[in-house]
Design a protein around this ligand. Structure first.
Ligand code: B12
Ligand code: SF4
Length: 363
């Protein structure tokens, strides 16, 4: 990182911070705040989480040592972090619950229905940083959107964007938790915001609703049980004991956020890129199970779903079909993939058919 450039007059840091917030709003970010780089308590929590193995097979969470909790180790010279939040809320909770209750339909997490947020946000953050530089002169910075070892929620909490709820998502009292996070690490000693304080109180709805009991204590998530991890991050077969609990969630999970009372205050995004593609908010399991690999790649281009690949997509849908009512369409869909070339898909299909055996399928 190059040092902050010398400018003719000394930089008015308070005015710069105010401009940063204004420019962030102009770029479409609903939230913006500034924090320092001190994360010692969070670092200890992260180390404990990793020691307990709660990250499962996400080895990349452990790989970067202390960099994740020490911004200046990731980018030398970093003094402050500008955190931004971008809404993806849809205000369709009733429809989401209806989908979850309809075993033949597929539930895709709200965040993944539209375009992948990573590129969109990174591009906007880069433009934001360039605009700041155009106004104050060159300075050292780098933008991140879940692209490097960054403790995004802790930084955003310290920047006043919200508090870390018992489900571990960041919640803003004015807008709930349906928003993505991104950051700009900067070498400017900008004035910092006050951290947000917690407003969860005694509410434990997220812990109680979690289908797999993944929130093992307030603020402690066992990723190995989380449906989001199982359907998106986990490779290979899913633990048969957890399969029935997954229901029709084929990519990610939102239950802990859907029950959160603070999401009553969430706004509906008007971001066209976040509109559902391929009717993923209304699709049925047999429809999605019929996608060939070529169709999967074409239809999911530019979305977060594409990265996890066709085989995992089929594995997840096969499990959901095993949890669905044994209708002819469900059974036919499963039969159609009994000879899948992928052993994990085949295993999931057999498991699903076994579940239906005795109900409708003569075996
Ligand atoms: C790994 C990861 C996952 C994993 C693990 C989740 C987890 N809770 O860690 C899995 C795959 C399960 C996952 C799922 C989801 N994720 Co995710 N995920 C991440 C990622 C890459 C890292 C998170 C991390 O650092 N985990 C490490 C653990 C230790 O962190 P933690 O549990 O939050 O603990 C921290 C605090 O709670 C705190 N803490 C807790 N208790 C206490 C007590 C004290 C005293 C103190 C001081 C601190 C403290 O210490 C820790 C460090 O800050 C971030 C992006 C990023 N780079 O940060 C996105 C991110 C967190 N995910 C995001 C999203 C949207 C999701 C899902 C909603 C997607 C979905 N619908 O399926 C789910 C939500 C599940 C859930 N309940 O968390 C968003 C969250 C936005 C928000 N408003 O919070 C992020 C920030 C990505 C982004 N750029 O927007 N995710
Ligand atoms: S995302 Fe789903 S499985 Fe994961 S903690 Fe929340 S409710 Fe539980």
């Amino acid at each position: 990182m190059s040092p902050a450039a010398a400018v003719d007059a000394p930089l008015d840091l308070a005015a710069t911070a105010a401009r940063v917030r204004q420019l962030a709003r102009d770029m479409g970010f609903q939230r913006c705040g500034i924090s320092g780089v001190e994360l010692a308590e969070d670092e200890a929590f992260l180390a404990d989480w990793l020691d307990r193995g709660l990250h499962g097979s996400m080895d990349w969470m452990a790989r970067h040592g202390s960099k994740r909790a020490r911004p200046a180790e990731l980018l030398p010279g970093t003094l402050r972090v500008i955190s931004v939040g971008l809404d993806y809320g849809r205000r369709d909770d009733a429809e989401a619950w209806q989908t979850l209750a309809d075993g033949e339909r597929a539930y895709v997490a709200r965040y993944a229905l539209g375009r992948d947020y990573h590129k969109l946000m990174r591009h906007r953050l880069q433009t934001l940083a360039e605009r700041i530089a155009a106004e104050i002169g060159p300075f050292g910075y780098r933008v991140f959107v879940d692209s490097a070892p960054v403790l995004e929620r802790a930084l955003a909490r310290n920047a006043g964007l919200g508090w870390i709820g018992k489900h571990t998502c960041l919640i803003d009292r004015d807008g709930g938790s349906w928003f993505f996070l991104g950051e700009i690490y900067v070498d400017l000693p900008l004035p910092v915001d006050a951290p947000a304080t917690s407003h969860c109180g005694t509410c434990a709805r997220c812990i109680d609703v979690c289908p797999t009991g993944a929130i093992v204590a307030p603020h402690r998530l066992d990723a190995r049980r989380c449906i989001s991890y199982l359907t998106i991050e986990h490779e290979g077969a899913i633990d048969p004991e957890l399969r029935p609990l997954i229901g029709n969630r084929i990519f990610g999970c939102d239950d802990c956020q859907l029950v959160c009372p603070w999401n009553k205050f969430a706004r509906r995004t008007d971001e066209p890129d976040f509109r559902a593609r391929n009717d993923l908010d209304t699709a049925t399991l047999p429809e999605l199970f019929a996608w060939s690999e070529e169709e999967f790649l074409r239809r999911t281009e530019g979305t977060a779903i594409r990265r996890s690949g066709h085989a995992r997509w089929l594995r997840n849908i096969a499990i959901a079909l095993g949890n669905a009512p044994a209708t002819p369409a469900v059974l036919e869909a499963l039969e159609s993939r009994r000879d899948s070339a992928d052993p994990v898909v085949r295993d999931s299909v057999e498991w699903a058919l076994d579940r239906h055996a005795g109900t409708a399928r003569p075996r």
